[in-house]
Design a protein around this ligand. Structure first.
Ligand code: ADP
Length: 618
């Protein structure tokens, strides 16, 4: 997420655009090159929201660039429509509507399959423009005679024709594009976009309808592409058919990679490098068509040595020079800090586990009832006919040897996988067959056995994403709302930071956290959704003995007033935490009871220790 410094980036952009015509000629930039860079930059703003912020790599943006461009150019040339800006807006709307329809199809797949679908769609559009629609698009001749904008102010008329005069119009369009893009990436929707890029599985699990948000990003990118396509016609006084070619999409991807994805300005910088190299190599060095050879080498070098592009590289350099990165050390090197941070939980650790106070007036009776739950994977019965009930306010432990079916059971409860047979009632409501997002929205979520964090974001940003789903629902198009204006968000995030002892590291990127801290954040993500039933899948997995002790204290403190189910292999820890324990074996419930009953149960001892009685109780 871009830092929330109000208006600084907007102001710097405006200043840069005002100064550019005075500075760039000294650097050898012709006005037409600068104008082309602006059109690519605007095209790239939407693409960066899609690729850099949401993580969806599309090779089909030329379809929308061409659609917007030809609709606007057709209106302004063949249809005799007199209003240039309105024609550009209509072209943009046509591209966005096309993007919506294409997105419905392309977003049914992810990763390479999504990219391949976008390539195919761009090819279809190219064909359609040249053949069935050539009467409207001019086929290989394109549409000549696209007018430039002029504005009648009453006392005078402003004309934006060519060169630096047209630059003023294009710069204004680019500036408005930047302001809108910044609003979007700083909005709650922008936060969810980054979550989808970093970990779509977890974004879904914390209660966001990621399909709706992906489609939103796709439509935004198509709208930007459509408007930029229209500007291309205005810039060249001619709408060229090659707007639709695969080369156009490829060039956009490469320019974004060169400039830096996820920065908004990367495509502009990439276009500046690309087009100035093209001018320099073709005109000054007279390389002709061979300029692409040199460009190819430059591209490979840049991508190899500046993986985050030119802007990302500059940001890294700044961090290095200011020492910002080295200042953050993981928790192993800060034992004192942790000791202080965990102090409030020491009292909870000393208290016997089962005596957890229940808030007055809190509901009683079952919150979760699973009946006859069975999961079959081919010939393997992972879970078989499980009956399981948990009451409001209870802290239940689940143990069982590896392969007993514990994780599968949790996945069924949170609707990550659907049971082969059986039903699940949550708070009296049948949730069998629902999806994980809807179930999270109802108040049932889990923390994962293997951390599922948003790795490119900070601790606070991770928690914000989880908290947003509870506060806004699974899908909301508050595209222009500042994230800071959401009532209750900062309080919920702060409270969760306190619950999981991460108040000292809210702005630390996840990649710089120690393992124990990541485990706590994993629990924090589930907690931030404010669940009424929290499932924890092996919260102590992979921890050192010291981290285990700390985390058990933490779990005790978190469990106050909550309903939780915890799976873990650490039986000592679980017996200390849970009021009742369910033992699974070979996919079935072996026995259920208080920790004391389980410790002394000979069947359990048999299952765990092969009949060495008394060892568990010892
Ligand atoms: P536990 O969490 O108790 O170790 P699991 O629920 O992970 O057990 O697995 C129970 C059984 O189901 C194992 O034999 C495992 O191999 C099998 N299993 C789990 N998930 C799948 C899957 N997606 N496909 C096939 N078999 C699976």
């Amino acid at each position: 997420m871009l830092k929330q410094r109000p208006y600084v980036i907007e102001f710097l952009t405006a200043a840069g655009l005002v100064v550019a015509p005075f500075v760039l000629p000294w650097l050898g930039f012709a006005p037409n090159t600068v104008n082309r860079i602006l059109v690519w930059g605007l095209f790239g703003l939407g693409f960066d929201i899609l690729f850099g912020f949401t993580g969806l790599l599309s090779f089909g943006q030329s379809a929308f660039y061409g659609t917007g461009g030809f609709v606007a150019a057709y209106l302004l040339t063949r249809a005799g429509f007199p209003y240039v800006v309105l024609a550009l807006v209509i072209g943009m709307i046509a591209a966005a509507a096309t993007g919506y329809l294409i997105g419905l199809i392309a977003l049914r797949r992810t990763g390479i399959y999504f990219a391949m679908i976008t390539v195919a769609i761009a090819e279809v559009f190219f064909f359609v423009e040249f053949n069935p629609l050539s009467d409207f698009t001019g086929g290989e001749n394109g549409l000549p005679g696209v007018p430039t904008p002029s504005f009648n102010l009453g006392f005078t008329t402003l004309h934006f024709t060519t060169g630096w005069s047209l630059y003023q119009f294009l710069a204004l369009c680019y500036f408005i594009g930047v302001v809108i893009a910044l609003r979007i990436v700083r909005s709650p929707v922008g936060a969810v976009f980054s979550a989808i890029r970093d970990n779509p599985l977890r974004a879904t699990a914390v209660g966001h309808n990621i399909h709706g948000y992906k489609l939103t990003a796709f439509v935004i990118a198509a709208a930007y592409a459509g408007f930029a396509g229209g500007l291309l016609g205005v810039l060249q006084a001619f709408m060229p058919p090659d707007a639709f070619t695969f080369d156009t999409s490829g060039q956009l991807v490469m320019q974004t990679a060169i400039g830096g994805r996820g920065t908004l300005f990367g495509p502009l910088v990439g276009a500046a490098v690309w087009l100035s190299l093209q001018d320099f190599l073709q005109a000054a060095l007279g390389l002709g068509a061979a300029w692409k050879l040199v460009l190819g080498v430059v591209f490979v070098l840049l991508v190899c040595f500046l993986r985050r592009g030119i802007i990302g590289g500059l940001a890294d350099l700044c961090d290095l020079l200011t020492g910002r990165r080295d200042a953050k050390e993981p928790e192993e090197s800060e034992p004192e800090a942790i000791a202080v941070a965990t102090e409030p939980h020491a009292a909870a650790a000393a208290a016997p586990a089962p005596a957890r106070p229940r808030p007055e007036g809190s509901p009683s009776g079952p919150i979760l009832q699973a009946k006859g739950l069975t999961k079959r994977y081919g010939g393997l019965l992972a879970n078989s006919d499980i009956d399981f009930t948990v009451n409001h306010g209870e802290l239940r432990g689940i143990i069982g040897p590896n392969g007993a079916g514990k994780s599968t059971f949790f996945k069924m409860l949170t609707c990550e996988v659907h049971p082969t047979s059986g039903t699940i009632l949550f708070d009296g409501r049948d949730i069998t067959g629902m999806n994980v997002t809807d179930v999270c929205q109802l108040g049932l979520t889990k923390s994962y056995q293997v951390n599922q964090l948003f790795a490119g974001l900070t601790v606070r940003e991770n928690l914000v994403i989880a908290a947003l789903s509870g506060l806004r629902g699974k899908f909301k198009l508050d595209l222009f709302r500042s994230i800071d204006s959401i009532p209750g968000l900062s309080e919920r995030v702060q409270h969760t930071l306190e619950l999981v002892n991460l108040t000292s590291r809210p702005d630390t990127p996840v990649s710089e956290l120690a393992y124990g801290e990541k485990r706590r954040l994993e629990i924090g993500l589930a907690l931030a959704t404010s669940p009424s039933l929290l499932l924890l899948d092996e919260p102590l997995a992979g921890m050192s003995p010291r981290e285990r002790v700390e985390t058990v204290k933490l779990l005790k403190s978190i469990s106050q007033g909550r309903t939780m189910i915890i799976i873990d292999h650490d039986m000592d820890a679980l017996f200390e935490l849970a009021e009742r324990v369910t033992v699974l074996q070979e996919g079935r419930v072996l026995v259920e009871g208080t920790p004391e009953e389980i410790k002394n149960n000979s069947t359990v001892q048999e299952a765990y220790l092969g009949g060495v009685h008394g060892v568990l109780a010892a």
